[in-house]
Design a protein around this ligand. Structure first.
Ligand SMILES: Cc1ncc(COP(=O)(O)O)c(C=O)c1O
Length: 394
């Protein structure tokens, strides 16, 4: 059976170059980057090379990169680390956190947790297009706001948020700006300087690196209280012996992602995504795109197939060898409708009828051919099961 992996927003395959860099580090080339001997020095070199590579992908300085294990940890460190820093000592009346309603749970739930600990929270709405409205941002920004956190690319619908404008508004109001760029890194060129980010998160496993290695960019001289106290790794911003192999894999994947962005890989994948979107909309009556048609990364295609249960469609496609998801991978276990689609105003029935296709490096035209053949047929079958009248009119 042909296998088509169309769930790259959940995770990606470790690219061969990254794997090749990792394997020796799990064997003969092991080491602790804090050790004083030559093996330790070699390990330190691995960590610093990875740091330089991630910094280059973001247009940052190596010392501005803090390694974490996951994108979720990077987001937690950004929000909790900044607010704890403000709370200690010289802080002023700025304690409010502003986040959008379509953030990943690692931002939203962290923000709600901080709210329960006494940090006021404002959740910005989004329009039916899945984009944060700048006027709402402006209205939310008072002199009590400490930090604004808005993602670059939404993981469920792929919409691109006006992050540069939001960063500028946050700074004009005296607040810091954090950007969750987990779905943007490797897909769009990133320059933390041009963006105006004070903090920015990415995760290796979304860009061809392994799970277990992620990073938080922290602008120089910004005060951040660690989540994990202990040794002085990561300039005392995250204690613990480094996962050498995972970091090496992240470094190689970041370098490769940067070269592929320059080599127009994004354009090749974007064209595949556009073909997928247009083909499915044409072949599936009553299907519609979730999220803005233009302000989005074309590789994430989230469609509502009215009259179909998204879960049932996912399993039907799985039987055809096509891997997709409903909502995001981390909400797969939650029975409620997607918080992103709900925030965009979709009624629960439409949210439950939605499926996300997300393309990545391994996909080619033949994959799109197969999705375009199998999906309309699966939608038709499911609609016919739900409503036998459909079979007669098909
Ligand atoms: C936008 C976004 N932020 C954060 C995360 C969390 O990353 P991780 O799974 O590495 O914790 C994800 C993962 O899906 C994501 O899509």
């Amino acid at each position: 059976m042909r296998e088509v992996y169309a769930d790259h927003a959940a995770t990606t395959r470790v690219v061969p170059e990254a794997l090749a860099a990792m394997v020796p580090l799990l064997g003969a080339a092991f080491g602790n980057a804090s050790s004083a001997h030559r093996r330790g020095e070699a390990a330190r070199e691995v960590v610093e090379q990875a740091r330089a590579s991630v910094a280059a992908l973001l247009g940052a300085l190596p010392e501005e990169i803090v390694f974490t294990a996951t994108g979720s940890e990077a987001n937690n460190l950004a929000l909790k680390g900044v607010l704890a820093g403000l709370d200690h000592g010289r802080a002023h009346g700025r304690r409010r956190l502003v986040v959008s309603a379509i953030e990943h749970p690692s931002v939203l739930e962290t923000a709600r947790h901080l709210e329960s600990r006494g940090f006021p929270l404002t959740v910005l709405p989004v329009g039916t297009d899945g984009v944060v409205d700048l006027e709402c941002v402006g209205r939310a920004l008072g002199d009590d706001v400490a930090l604004v956190s808005v993602m670059w690319v939404n993981n469920e619908v792929g919409t691109i948020q006006p992050v540069r404008e939001i960063a500028a508004l946050a700074h004009a109001a005296g607040a810091l700006f954090h950007c969750d760029a987990v779905q943007a890194a490797g897909r769009v060129p990133i320059s933390v300087g041009e963006l105006g980010a004070d903090l920015l998160s990415l995760a290796g496993h979304k860009l061809g690196g392994p799970p277990g290695a992620a990073a938080l960019y922290v602008r120089r001289r910004l005060r951040l209280v660690p989540l994990v106290h202990g040794g002085h790794q990561e300039r005392s911003r995250r204690a613990g012996t480094e996962d050498l192999a995972a970091l090496a894999g992240l470094g190689v994947a970041a370098g490769r992602a940067q070269r592929r962005l320059a080599a127009d890989e994004a354009a090749r994948l974007g064209a595949l995504g556009e073909r997928l979107r247009a083909g499915l909309l044409a072949a599936c009556p009553r299907a519609c795109l979730n999220g803005d048609a233009v302000r989005r990364v074309p590789v994430i295609v989230n469609l509502c197939f009215r009259g179909v249960d998204g879960e049932a469609l996912l399993h039907e496609l799985d039987r055809e060898g096509i891997s997709v998801s409903t909502g995001s991978a981390c909400s797969a276990a939650s029975p409620g409708p997607s918080h992103v689609l709900t925030a965009m105003g979709l009624p629960p029935a439409d949210a439950h009828a939605s499926v996300r296709f997300s393309l990545g490096e391994g996909n080619d035209e033949a994959d799109i051919d197969w999705i375009l053949e199998a999906t309309p047929a699966a939608v038709m079958r499911l609609r016919a099961m739900n409503d036998p009248g459909v079979r007669r009119s098909a």
